[in-house]
Ligand binder design. Structure first.
Ligand code: COA
Length: 169
């Protein structure tokens, strides 16, 4: 098993996570997003298959996009004199584990990897939070991994969520 940047791979090995949008993104859009500097994709693969992948891009959490009570909770994490209207973040644009490898702790390991990668890159550009638009079925997975809602109610079939990186530093 190895984790590689998409651009290091000559071909993308077969992948099925059970969701056609997430499958399609990897094969049809991920290289284009990289070329246009919109999102970077990382692929976990074996010799024969793609086991999982995730995409990352820059993001921001702002007061205007959150419910007031949740914004107050988030702001409690920041010292009073540094209270701003928005904070920098990295977005987990896509995260998917193949059907064959689901439920074996890989999703958690990949989120841990993303958290560590984000902390390691603080020297280039500051990012305080991770964000994700979680599929409703995946909300309990993100909650178990320390993510909290940005809104009290879903937006369509996703719920925007955040994770605070600071306690890990
Ligand atoms: C959601 C997904 C990434 C989770 O990856 P995974 O490798 O199956 O998850 P893990 O085995 O690491 O699970 C970690 C914990 O979350 C729980 N969990 C995982 N998926 C869950 C779900 N859908 N609902 C409730 N709990 C879930 C696991 O039971 C485990 O809990 P435990 O620590 O109490 O044992 C994966 O199932 C997937 O790719 N799903 C389809 C695509 C998708 O929904 N992606 C998210 C887009 S926002």
């Amino acid at each position: 098993m190895r984790l590689a940047k998409l651009e290091e791979l000559e071909t993308i090995k077969p992948f099925d996570c059970g969701d056609s949008d997430l499958n399609g993104f990897l094969f049809e859009n991920a290289r284009f997003y990289k070329a246009e500097m919109i999102a970077n994709t990382f692929v976990l693969e074996s010799d024969t298959t793609t086991i999982a992948y995730f995409s990352l891009l820059n993001d921001m959490i702002s007061q205007t996009m959150m419910d007031k009570n949740l914004w107050r909770k988030l702001r409690k994490r920041i010292p009073h004199q540094k209270h701003l209207g928005s904070y920098p973040a990295v977005k987990v644009g896509r995260l998917a584990v193949s059907l064959e490898h689901k439920g074996k702790g890989l999703g958690r390991e990949l989120l841990d990897t993303i958290k560590q990668m984000s902390i390691n890159h603080q020297s280039i550009s500051a990012m305080r939070f991770l964000t994700v638009d979680a599929y409703l079925a995946a909300v309990p997975f993100y909650e178990k991994n320390g993510f909290r809602p940005l809104l009290n109610a879903p937006q369509g079939n996703t719920l925007p969520m955040y994770f605070d990186l600071k306690p890990l530093v």
